[in-house]
Design a protein around this ligand. Structure first.
Ligand code: ZN
Length: 492
């Protein structure tokens, strides 16, 4: 007996030792060495801020389909780009896609290099009538104060469009010639899915036989407190995005007067289907959490590293903790959200057709077809019918070893030497989802510092950007263009 006890304790000591060893050694490769600060291009702050404010004043609002595009603001926005960036318009080949989306091509001298594509979108979400009064400044006034520029689109996504244009205007003004071809593509309906803008742009590029070195779109930013117990701010670069599908569950019944109801009404049948779905959620995985953590794990405290490095033991605990927070749970699984329910139109009428919509956000390891199959299997009730509307499969996962990822992350580190860089899974959708047939390397990042307070203003009240952040965004793109295209010395 004594022998067994001592054997068990030796094994326990060994296991703890090994686990601690893993925790101390597993993430050491991810040390971020100080980068030399890049010399930043001089930006005429007054002019770029003025251009930006005018861009916000043009209310390029997207409303849900089938509401048509209102042409005037988009055409005015096009004109504003022409007026603000004369050199870009002199040198680039410009193409209008489906009336409102734009492509700019900056021809490179070396045709053996694959082009790079920088994306943004010109449209913005509307301002709700009942929140209008709560804005500090009118959402479309483009007010500039000592520190900030205010208005709808200041972050999402006119900052990207205007900063890209400013950076290119500066590069060309200095007489630089692109070596690698650079494209810009600005969609006009990202906020309603991009099917008339970015999707058509991608189709155009496919027809041209284009193949990109990488694509960069909106998505990530510099965040503080993104990973618990990592003190440094982290530049998170989106390397994949979730898909989505709406499934309408339908129960058709004979109907009649509510005074003589059957055993189960349509809504009753659907209610039990919903309960089954909520009790049988999709399995959780730490795959995407690990992807991020692997890049910055060496900066976490020992307890966190111990837990993350020994998931053979700790995975259930980590999952439980992350799943308790909806914002984190979304990164672990395909989510199930019951949204719209419909029964009859009057309190004493039995519904002949009851329905409920369930919105799923899909992890890259699944497809909307596998989600539908699982839903049918879980509900397992012949009285329930299924109707799929609006679906998009999740994206592929882009590599962190590509040239594009390296250029983007290196430039982040040069601009913010104290910050770390990590890949992550984007929960929402971006226009870049249409570009996977054109490259394996699709990334999502904008050089702005997002705190939870500022993040709340995107699609919300009081959207604004700090002037110093906007200027840094321009300088960031300017430096990225240099690495990608303008510099003979840069790695190709
Ligand atoms: Zn956006």
């Amino acid at each position: 007996m004594k022998k067994i006890i001592s054997l068990v304790s030796i094994i326990v000591v060994l296991a703890i030792g090994l686990s601690a060893y893993r925790a101390s050694t597993l993430y050491v490769d991810q040390q971020y060495h100080p980068q030399k600060q890049t010399k930043r291009v001089v930006v005429d702050q007054a002019t770029v801020v003025e251009n930006f404010s005018k861009a916000i004043q043009i209310a390029t609002v997207s409303r849900d389909y089938p509401a048509p595009v209102t042409p005037a603001p988009f055409l005015a926005f096009h004109q504003h780009l022409k007026d603000s960036f004369p050199i870009v318009h002199q040198i680039a080949t410009r193409k209008v896609i489906n009336n409102y989306s734009l492509i700019y091509k900056f021809q490179g001298s070396d045709l053996s290099l694959k082009p790079a594509l920088f994306m943004g979108h010109m449209d913005v979400v509307p301002v709700d009538q009942d929140t209008k009064e709560k804005w500090t400044h009118d959402a479309f006034a483009g007010v500039i104060d000592d520190e900030k520029v205010w208005g709808r689109g200041a972050l999402d996504d006119k900052a990207t469009v205007m900063a890209l244009m400013e950076a290119m205007e500066l590069s060309l003004k200095a007489g630089r010639q692109p070596i690698r071809t650079i494209y810009f593509a600005f969609g006009h309906d990202e906020e309603v899915g991009g099917s008339q803008g970015a999707k058509k742009v991608a189709e155009y590029f496919l027809k041209q036989g284009e193949n990109f070195e990488f694509v960069l779109d909106e998505g990530g930013a510099i965040l503080k407190g993104y990973i618990k117990n990592v003190a440094q701010s982290v530049g998170i670069i989106g390397i994949a995005e979730k898909g989505f599908v709406n499934i309408r569950l339908i129960a058709e019944r004979p109907g009649g007067h509510s005074s003589m109801p059957p055993e189960n009404t349509g809504p009753g049948i659907l209610a039990s289907a919903i309960v089954k779905l909520e009790q049988n959620k999709f399995p959780a995985t730490l795959r995407y959490t690990n992807l991020t953590f692997d890049a910055i794990g060496s900066y976490a405290d020992f307890t966190t590293r111990f837990a993350m490095a020994n998931q053979w033991l700790t995975a259930p605990l980590i999952k439980k903790q992350l799943l308790s927070d909806p914002s984190k749970a979304a990164g672990l699984r395909t989510t199930t959200a019951v949204t719209m329910m419909k029964g009859s139109s009057k309190s004493n009428i039995l519904p002949t057709k009851a329905s409920v919509v369930v919105n799923f956000r899909i992890l890259p390891s699944e497809t909307w077809q596998t989600v539908l199959a699982k839903v049918k299997e879980v509900i397992n009730d012949e009285r329930v019918g299924y109707e799929v509307f609006m679906n998009n499969n999740p994206s592929k996962v882009s590599s962190v070893d590509s040239k594009g990822y390296k250029w983007i992350s290196q430039t982040i580190r040069e601009f913010e030497p104290d910050s770390l860089v990590a890949p992550y899974l984007v929960m929402g959708g971006t226009d870049s989802k249409y570009f996977y047939p054109l490259t394996d390397s699709v990334y999502r990042f904008l050089m702005i510092k997002l705190t939870p307070d500022i993040q709340k203003t995107i699609h919300g009240i009081d959207e604004h950007i700090k002037i110093e952040d906007y200027v840094e965004g321009i300088q960031y793109f300017h430096e990225l263009f240099r690495k990608v295209s303008f510099d003979n010395e840069a790695p190709k």
